[in-house]
Design a protein around this ligand. Sequence first.
Ligand SMILES: CNc1nc2c(CC[C@H]3O[C@@H](OC)[C@H](OC)[C@@H]3O)c3nc(N)[nH]c(=O)c3cc2[nH]1
Length: 376
Amino acid sequence: MSLRFEVSVRDPTTEARRGRLITTRSVIETPVFMPVGTAATVKALTQEMLEALDARIILANTYHLFLRPGQAVIRDLGGLHRFMGWPRSILTDSGGYQVFSLGELRTVSEEGVAFRSHLDGTKLFLSPEVSMEVQIALGSDIVMAFDECPPYPATHDQVRISLELTERWARRCRAYFDAHADRDRQSLFGIVQGGIHADLRARSLEGLLDIGFEGYAIGGLSVGEEKRHMYDTTAFIAPRLPADKPRYLMGVGTPADLVESVARGVDMFDCVMPTRHARNGTVFTTTGRLNLRNARYIQDEQPLDAECACFVCRRYSRAYLAHLMRAGEILASVLATYHNLHHYLDLMQRIRHALEQGAFGRFVTEFRHRQLSSEE
Ligand SMILES: CNc1nc2c(CC[C@H]3O[C@@H](OC)[C@H](OC)[C@@H]3O)c3nc(N)[nH]c(=O)c3cc2[nH]1
């Protein structure tokens, strides 16, 4: 069996679980935040820094690596882990979402999606089989099914038609994966769709359970819907996913989203926010976000966050980071990204610790209280 998932604590007051996901490459303590490393790099950080952060699993993306350098290049160089010097776990997203958010002139058919590369305009085609072939060739530990993430907003009928296509594609992914993957090392996750409609979410899940997957993702959220819709949909579907399998909420989110979604039963998260915001000059702190491009930090010699133990906060000041940001220095992205990921991974560690202590209910209450006071 390539993937083991064990739940050690079920929180008595929420749907939260403390668990452990074991691949052939690393032990992943859950709930877990997975840094996004789209094109085989978590932008601005070295793999050594990711290990210093104790990241156990990172993301890479089928769409980006399919376009450049192509899965054959990476496969012939020994696979993605060897290619990027990352011996721990890798989850690859299937490319469906990117085709819709990055691809140009795309046409969807039963067979798959024809589109033009956003890099050089060449005509390309992604299908369940091609997406599986790419992810298998990359050697990723957790492979995501090729799905369609419906746009938001969308009518109930549009969402239903889309989830039915995603289900037919999921069946094709399962068949190709089972015939071609190294199932001792790789596992396949299904992606539940259905928009913000509970009846369609239940319908999508029913179809995926009939096929059977090693883990289940909640797709189709964090696509512009109101926060309450994201939380309500997660609260409905997460506890309905198999209790003995990992539950992954795709593309989420802010620190508050992580706390609220863990409380609703989610085990795994990915989001570009900590890394993308860092490159734009926004850093996360226990008292909220700072935009280092704001003039108020030019002579502020405090650390980014007085409560943060990361090497950036121990050594460098807000003034220095503000200078680097204004000067467009590469080091600005490196230091801000390291700090933001430390902030996210430290939050997950505190969540896991609270779950172990049976104190997660109190943790959520205190987090919400601090959240409110920092928003005033
Ligand atoms: C942000 N909100 C959001 N992201 C989403 C992603 C991409 C995340 C992936 O996109 C890349 O970052 C932009 C990353 O790729 C490494 C990440 O894994 C999704 N992927 C699939 N296959 N299906 C979905 O329904 C879906 C929904 C999302 N909602």
